[in-house]
Structure formats: C-alpha cells, structure tokens
Design a protein around this ligand. Structure first.
Ligand SMILES: Cc1cc2nc3c(=O)[nH]c(=O)nc-3n(C[C@H](O)[C@H](O)[C@H](O)COP(=O)(O)OP(=O)(O)OC[C@H]3O[C@@H](n4cnc5c(N)ncnc54)[C@H](O)[C@@H]3O)c2cc1C
Length: 521
C-alpha cells in the first residue's frame, strides 16, 4: 500500500480554479479561447473583464503561419474564420526599397529548393552564382513565384510535390478575429464582464494579486490573472511594477499612423513593407479594403510629414480618419510575476515589420499552458517561462534589426543612424557567420528559421564570401540540369495555381464584398 502514496491525484486545494483575463483585445480573447479549450472538463472558471469605453488598439492585420496551428487546435473552420474576419491568404512579405531604393524582394513562408546530400539548396545556388549563373534564388521558391503571380492554393499533402514546400498565413481584421474568438470562448463557458478595472488589491504578505475592483463596485478575485490590458500593463506594471526593458536604442521607431483605403487592382497574396526616410509603410490587402500604416521614429520625421508620406502613397481613397499610435519598443522585464502573466501588448511591443505581435501572444499562451501553475506558483516554472519568453522576444528583435542594418541606404538621418549602431552580440555573430561562409546559426527558440534570414540577407544585398564546400562534390553538369528542372517544375506548378481572389471564392471563404468579387473576375 505504501507504494501508492503520492499517487492520489491533484489536491483540489492546490489546483487553480479561477482564472481572470483582464482585457478583451486580440490577446484577451486568444487567451480566453485557448484556456477554455485546453482546460475543458476541469473545474476551472474563466472570466474576461473588458471595457468597451477604453477600447482596443484596433490595428494588426498580418499574421504568421503558426496561427493556423492555434486555430486548428480550437477546431476553427478556415472558410468560416476567413468570412468572419475579411481574411485573405498571405505567402510572405514583399520588402521594397530596403537594401537600396528600387530594390524589392519577398520573404516567403517556405524554403528555397530541396536539400541535396544534407546540404540546403542555397549553397548550390551560391556556387552556380560564383560561376556566373543568372537565375534568381526566388525562382527556386514556390511561394515567391506564386506571390509574384498573384496566385494561391493550399500546400499539397503529397510531400514529394513542389506545391508542398510552403506555409501560409492570413491577413485579416484583428478586431473581427477577437470578436470571432469571443463567440467561441463564450460558447465554451467563458464569462465576460463589461467594466473598467479601477483598483487592484495585493496580499500584504505575499504581494500576490488577490482582487481587482471594477467601476461598478464589484470586486473580482482569481487565483491566476492574465494581463491583456494592452500597452498600459494594468496588472503587470501598474499593480506589480515589473519593469520594462526599453529597446529603442536598437529599434527607435516609436509612432504609427494607420489608415484603411479602397482596393485598387488584383488581390495580392502578400503583405508589403516599403522603407521610407524616417520609418516604413505597410500595405495589407483584406477582402473588403487595404490596411495601410506608417511606422516611424519621431526623432527622424515629424508627425505631419509622416502622415503626408502615408497619404501620398495610398492606392485608393481613404475609408476612415488616420489613427495615431504611440509606443516604446521593448519587453516587460518579468512577463510572469507572482500570479500575473502578461500576454499581448502588456508583455512588450516590437514593431509590426514581420507581423510578429499576434504570434508572440500565441507563444505566451503556449508556454503558459505548458508550465500551467498550481496555487503554489513554483519559482522555477515562473523563471523558465520568463527565460523562454525573453528568448522569443530577443530573436524577433534581432531579426527586425537586421532589416535596418543590412542596407546600403544613407539618404536620410535614420539610415545614417543605423550605419554606426552597435549591434547585439547575438545578431553580430549571425551576420558574421553568414558573410564568411553562408552559415545561418540556429537559435534556441525563435520563430524565424534559416530561409527567413537568407531571404532578408540576400534580399538586402548582404552577400556571403563563401558557401558550404561540400556543394562542390556535385558535378557542374548535374547541378545545372537539376536546377533548371526545379525552376521548370515551380513555373509549371504556379501556372496551374488559381488566382488568389478566385481561390478564396472557390473554397467558400469570401465574405461577399464587392471588392473581392471585382478582383476575382
Ligand atoms: C501600429 C501597430 C500595427 C500592428 N500591426 C500588427 C500586425 O500586422 N500583426 C500583428 O500580429 N500584430 C500587429 N500589431 C499588434 C496587435 O495589434 C496587438 O498585438 C494585438 O492587437 C493585441 O493587443 P492587446 O489585446 O494586447 O491590446 P489591446 O488591443 O490594447 O486591448 C486591451 C484591452 O484591455 C482592455 N482594458 C484596458 N484597460 C482596462 C481597464 N482599466 N479595465 C478593463 N479593461 C481594460 C481594453 O478595453 C481592451 O479590451 C500592431 C500593433 C500596432 C501598434
């Protein structure tokens, strides 16, 4: 009988039974949806408190492919989601004017060519290039060629096919996504409370958050609080003073102006980021409109000039007043502090150049569910969560910074500023390994894999001096013939791929807006 001791199951006194999510933006409703799904069947109540009067950030439209895994664990149907959020498909991001004015390249969601004898194809391409080959690396990427031709299809499940070699994400209205997840969460038992949090109460001995007080006078308690209150960090900062690491010295952009406009031309299956003199401009095509915004640094361009540049570079008439946003790039020093976990903008913010914010919400929720606490809140679990999230944020920071420093531009104060910037060691090492022997150091954690780094480095003219010498083992004739066959296969696969708008109609994901219908004809 002694052997059974310690196997009696969880003590109900130690298990978390009440979770409160404060904030109902994209982060809040993603948290509510994920927790209500993963904790289904357990005696855990989840409530979400949000204030319509305060509102949400209300921008955020481009995502990364990982969001599909998030949606699929919730059993969300793709056409239903796309219709409800005015979504389009995204094969990558087109970067214009980053290396030099006039340059353009696509960062695709997929690899370049096959792996041959364990060596990634780009090494063979670099070898061919050194012998004068004229092909672009892009021609070995199905998602780039499909994007350039305005086409989209789902990846083939047959892994031997070239059409299986990519991932995809969505461009959608993040506010509508939050609304969609609200319906999902409420159907799953999440209770929503409308109200403004006006006070917090900490336990005088432990410093743990015990209750929040609403403007109605109601006092709401929980074992675990998830702070999704946005930039203000109502619980993690205002109540617990967790601190913020300001990363402006590396990523100085601190403002954005966002404005939607009418669509002109065919529906593109990619996001565009165009470098400007004091920042950069996004273009995100949705089914019913195009989202645009100018992210900039107030040290290098005035608000008036930034707004003028944005409005002068729209493809159609505006559909709303421009919206101004202010932020400080960086991360919360402790994402998880005592019994409060910050997710979303309350955890930190990195400019949306690579569409990473919603992804970092997903990372936060995945790590939280992996390390889901008991009421005792083990110090080591909290430390591990903070370590992992710190790495997720740092990896994104390095990748964003790469876009600003791998450049030949010096035509404005901002670009000259980046020329003399001292880089984080982690990024400096990565650049050196690339420029010497075309090697991409793989990080522990981090959302961007080698093909993403290669896309930006080559796209911005950071050319390596060498390549993996094992690539020389293949005969020249074989290599050239194989490379030509890959290019031909991709071109043929793209020709048989539907136009983007037509594919959205075909799978029943069209919301019925006139803009999409015009594009599909
Ligand atoms: C310029 C810009 C562009 C972006 N573009 C992208 C993009 O393309 N892709 C991407 O992935 N991400 C993007 N993002 C980020 C994305 O918008 C956010 O990560 C996402 O919307 C999550 O925001 P949130 O839910 O954390 O905060 P918010 O949207 O600010 O929501 C905060 C919530 O907290 C509530 N709240 C606050 N205070 C109280 C209170 N006292 N009482 C009760 N409730 C309260 C509010 O009512 C609201 O419901 C962008 C962000 C910015 C600033």
């Amino acid at each position: 009988m002694d052997g059974a001791r310690g196997w009696q199951g969880k003590d109900s006194d130690t298990a978390i039974s009440r979770v409160a999510v404060v904030g109902g933006g994209t982060a809040g409703w993603m948290a509510a949806a994920a927790l209500s799904n993963k904790l289904k069947g357990l005696p855990v109540s989840i409530r979400l408190i949000e204030s319509d009067e305060i509102g949400t950030v209300g921008v955020g439209e481009a995502t990364l492919p990982h969001i599909r895994a998030f949606n699929s664990t919730l059993n969300i149907s793709e056409p239903e989601l796309m219709k409800a959020t005015e979504a389009t498909f995204k094969l990558g991001i087109e970067f214009c004017d980053w290396g030099q004015i006039g340059d353009r390249y696509i960062h695709p969601f997929g690899d370049y060519g096959p792996v041959i004898n364990e060596i990634p194809f780009y090494h063979f391409w670099l070898r061919m290039k050194s012998h004068g080959d004229a092909s672009r690396l892009d021609e070995y990427s199905f998602p780039i060629m499909a994007a350039e031709n305005g086409r989209f299809r789902h990846p083939s499940p047959d892994l031997s096919k070239i059409e299986s070699t990519f991932g995809y994400a969505y461009q959608f209205d993040a506010s509508l996504y939050a609304r969609f997840l609200r319906r999902y969460s409420e159907a799953n038992g999440v209770v929503r409370t409308e109200g403004k949090v006006v006070g917090t109460h900490l336990n005088s001995e432990t410093g743990f958050l015990e209750t929040v007080t609403l403007d109605s006078g109601e006092v709401a308690g929980a074992d675990l609080f998830i702070d999704c209150s946005g930039f203000r960090g109502l619980l993690i900062e205002q109540a617990l003073q967790s601190g913020y690491d300001d990363w402006s010295k590396w990523l100085p952009c601190n403002r954005a102006i966002a404005v939607p406009c009418e669509t002109r031309g065919p529906l593109t299956p990619f996001t565009r980021a165009t470098a400007r003199t004091g920042g950069w401009q996004w273009r995100i095509p949705l089914q019913h409109r195009v989202g645009n915004g100018h992210v900039y640094c107030s040290d290098f361009i005035s608000d008036e000039a930034a707004e003028r540049q944005l409005l002068e570079n729209l493809e159609g008439p505006t559909l709303a007043e421009p919206k101004k946003l202010f932020f400080t790039t960086g991360r919360r020093r402790s994402f998880w502090n005592k019994n409060v976990v910050a997710v979303g903008l309350s955890a930190g913010f990195l400019e949306p150049l690579e569409s990473t914010s919603i992804h970092l919400i997903q990372d936060g929720l995945t790590e939280l569910l992996t390390l889901f606490p008991e009421k005792s809140f083990r110090r080591s679990d909290i430390d591990e969560y903070n370590r992992r999230m710190g790495l997720h944020f740092e990896r994104v920071r390095d990748f964003l910074l790469l876009h600003y420093v791998a450049t030949q531009r010096d035509d404005s104060e901002m670009w000259r500023h980046f020329r003399s910037l001292e880089l984080p060691d982690s990024l400096q090492e990565k650049i050196t390994a690339w420029t010497t022997r075309a090697y991409i150091i793989k990080y522990e954690f981090g959302v961007f894999h080698p093909p993403s780094w290669i896309a930006v480095m080559l796209g911005q003219n950071l050319r390596p001096r060498g390549y993996d010498r094992r690539a020389d083992a293949v005969t020249e004739g074989n290599l050239v013939a194989n490379a030509a066959a890959i290019r031909r296969d991709i071109a043929a696969a793209v020709r048989s791929t539907p136009e983007h708008a037509a594919f959205i109609e075909q799978i029943g994901a069209a919301s019925g807006t006139a803009a999409l219908a015009a594009s599909a004809t």
